[in-house]
Structure formats: C-alpha cells, structure tokens
Design a protein around this ligand. Structure first.
Ligand SMILES: Cc1cc2nc3c(=O)[nH]c(=O)nc-3n(C[C@H](O)[C@H](O)[C@H](O)COP(=O)(O)OP(=O)(O)OC[C@H]3O[C@@H](n4cnc5c(N)ncnc54)[C@H](O)[C@@H]3O)c2cc1C
Length: 390
C-alpha cells in the first residue's frame, strides 16, 4: 500500500497531471478520491501533515452517508455517535429543543481527513503533504503549480480547496478581498471536552453576544466544543481567549457549566482568525473553487463539510467530461458555476441570513420564542441548512 505521507521532491517532475488540487480538507480530499477512483492522474497538495486537528464542529450531516460509504469510508463500522436532536439557546438561556430530521454523525477531522487521504493514495492519487502551494499560473492550456522549496508541477486542470482564507486568495487577487467588500471579521476556536454523560444523540448550540458555541459528541467519550465569535469580543478582552470565554461566553447560563467545569482534553485549543462570510467566486484565473474557498458558510447553519463534499461530487463529474473531451474549458467553468449556484446558493444565503440574526441577545431570544411557538418554522429552517442524500 503506498504511503500518503511524503515530502515534495525539489526537482521539477515531467509528469502532466489531469488535475491538481490545492488543499486537503474534506472538499479537496473527496475530489481527489473520486477522480482517482475514476482512473485519473491526480495530485493534491496539503500544507499540513496528516493527521491533524482543525477548527470544526465535526458534525457530518447524514446526507453524506451514502457518498462517504461509496468512497470507501467504513462509517457503519466506526461506532460513531448519531445525533437526532438539538438544543439551541439564546445568550440569556432561553432554550428550544427540537428533533433533527435527517441528523448527523460525530467524527473527528483528525480521523476523517487522514482516512480520506489514505483512501485517495490507495486509489493512486499523489498526495504531497507538508507542502504549501505558493503560486498557480495558467498558460497554453496548462496550470503550473509552484510549491514552497521551488518545485513546480503541471496539470490540465486546477482546483482550489484551500479553505476559508489562504495565501492564494491574495495571489489570485480574489474580489472578495477588495477593501470595499470588507465586512465583519470572526475568530473561531475548537477543543475537545470531557463532559460526563453528555448525550450521544444531542447537538447543543449556545448563543452569546456576537457569537455562538456548538457542543456535540465525538468518539472516545469526548465532546467537541467549537465556537465562532466576532473578533471584537477577543480584542475587547486583551486578545485572551480565556478572558473572552469568562466575560462573554459564560454569560450564557446553559453554556457556563460546560466551560467552567468540564475538563479539556490534552490538546490546546485551536484558534483561527480572519474569517469572513462574504460571497466568493467559483472560478478565478481558471482555477475551479470548492469547499470554503468557494463560499464559507456560517457554522450556525451547519454543514460546511457537506457543502464541500457536495461540490466535489458535482465538480468531479464535470472534470471527467472535460478530461474526456466532451466539454470545453469554457463550458466546464460555466456549467460548474451554474450548477454550484443551483445546488448551494440557497443554503449559503440562508446560512448568512441566520448568522446575521443570531448572536444578538434580544433578537436571538425573540427568534427562539417564535420558533418554540411555531415548530413547523424550525423544520423549515433545518431544511434550508441540510441537503439531500447524493
Ligand atoms: C467553529 C466552526 C464549526 C464548524 N462546524 C461544522 C460542523 O459541525 N459540520 C460541518 O459540516 N461544518 C462545520 N464547519 C465548517 C467546516 O469546518 C468547513 O466548511 C470545512 O472544513 C471546509 O472544508 P474545506 O475542505 O473547504 O476546507 P478545509 O477543511 O479548511 O481545508 C483546507 C485545507 O487547505 C490547506 N491549505 C490552505 N492553503 C494551502 C496552500 N497554499 N497550499 C497547500 N495547502 C493549503 C489547509 O491547510 C487546509 O487543510 C465549522 C466551521 C467552524 C469555523
């Protein structure tokens, strides 16, 4: 079995890949895996080294179950917590309890991403981990991918799956970075907690001023705790995560006991910054974007991973059509943009809308009071944030 973990060589390889994928999160890895399963020559670059922890709630909607099983992820054998109900609370502790119609599984990204990387390698994809892409250029119908250390790679197509914010966004001068489009900025934090008897079928989402925190079970008796907050909360507390938690998050009486009393699992919290929810393009300089690189979704609306994997499923089909000569590059780009918008724009827009609404104490309390009185409305909101099996 080939090893997925190798460092990039310094010599220029002569190979021409069918597809180069930049970024090895769920979007990039599932795309690499599908193309490799279809017999295509794929190379994927990931700047980190598997396995590693990431900021993520680690809740995978059941809509992805069949897809992941088809790719070879043995979900049924992994003894994963299955969540079928949720609680959402306002900063003052007003709470709504509701079933999750489709539900989801808890799986750590530490495990999932490494598993997908191993499967992709087994099917013949080349994965260069610990390898940061520094530039991507397009000329004469070919992409040249440059990586730190000086090596370059050639590919017929290139896909950007580099997540929420990366060096390549500035390199490609992506329009969402224009100063006129600057909006609110967020920070996100994740760690695992040891909470005695946290229900294995429950997701909790607790709002606080200008942010919200999710709690959900993951394997190993741990509870994922991840939250997103307006960066102003952090700045107002001397850039100290602990102080922000004490002064802001713990004002929510339902969240306070978890943060105050539960023991944290060994790894330190992971903190990421510069998160924005501005609209992004699906194609830039002929690079096809997917996952968060094509449009970050607010986590309250859940399912960023689902949207990344959904996009990879859509894109792999169109890439095969292009590589087999059935559509031109212009058609590939147009059809992908159109299909991506049809598939995901409503969910992204709903996510942004919900995100605006929550995190404001009085509005959140009001919203929860309304949702409690009209359960049908909660089902509609949930439908907007979850998709169908594919
Ligand atoms: C607080 C929080 C909670 C969330 N909870 C959930 C949840 O419970 N369920 C859910 O479905 N979604 C959740 N999401 C959203 C989800 O985490 C993302 O939508 C998902 O991880 C996006 O996957 P991706 O593959 O697009 O990007 P990522 O998983 O971010 O992967 C991008 C990869 O690209 C690599 N990279 C970047 N630049 C380069 C470069 N130049 N060269 C090489 N590699 C590069 C990065 O190292 C990274 O590994 C949450 C998000 C946040 C912030």
């Amino acid at each position: 079995m080939p090893s997925p973990a190798t460092s990039a060589p310094q010599k220029m390889p002569a190979e021409l890949y069918d597809c180069a994928i930049i970024g090895g999160g769920v979007a990039g890895l599932t795309l690499a895996l599908q193309l490799a399963q279809a017999g295509r020559k794929v190379v994927l670059f990931e700047k980190e080294t598997y396995p590693f922890h990431r900021v993520c709630g680690e809740y995978i909607s059941m809509e992805n179950y069949d897809f992941l099983c088809r790719l070879g992820v043995p979900l049924a054998e992994m003894d994963l917590p299955k969540m079928t109900r949720f609680t959402v609370s306002s900063p003052t502790g007003e709470a709504l309890h509701h079933p999750l119609d489709i539900g989801g599984l808890g799986i750590t990204r530490y495990v999932l991403d490494q598993l997908l990387a191993r499967l992709a390698t087994e099917y013949g994809a080349t994965i260069w981990e610990g390898t940061k892409v520094t530039d991507v250029g397009f000329a004469d119908e070919q992409f040249t991918i440059s990586v730190a250390g000086g090596a370059t790679y050639q590919a017929r197509t290139a896909c950007g799956a580099w997540g929420k914010h990366a060096n390549l966004d500035s390199k490609l001068q992506r329009s969402f970075l224009e100063p006129s489009r600057q909006g609110r900025q967020f920070v996100a934090v994740k760690y695992h907690l040891q909470i005695d008897h946290f229900p294995q079928d429950l997701v909790e989402m607790h709002n606080f001023r200008d942010g919200y925190c999710g709690l959900s079970p993951v394997p190993g008796g741990l509870t994922n705790c991840s939250y997103i907050s307006d960066v102003r909360n952090l700045r107002a507390h001397g850039n100290s995560v602990a102080e922000m938690e004490r002064q802001v998050l713990m004002q929510n009486p339902l969240l306070r006991p978890y943060l105050q009393e539960a023991q944290r699992e060994g790894n330190p919290p992971i903190v990421i910054s510069q998160i924005t929810f501005r609209e992004r393009s699906t194609v830039d300089a002929h690079v096809l974007m997917l996952g968060d690189a094509a449009g970050t979704i607010a986590p309250l609306a859940g399912n960023g991973m689902s949207m990344g994997m959904n996009a990879s499923f859509l894109l792999h089909g169109l890439l095969l059509e292009f590589l087999e000569g059935r559509i031109s590059r212009a058609e590939l780009e147009q059809q992908y943009t159109r299909a991506w918008r049809r598939l995901l724009l409503l969910r992204i827009t709903a996510g942004r809308f919900i995100h605006q609404f929550f995190g404001r104490p009085s509005l959140t309390t009001l919203a929860i009071q309304v949702l409690k009185r009209v359960p049908g409305l909660t089902n509609q909101v949930l439908k907007l944030t979850h998709g169908r099996s594919y």
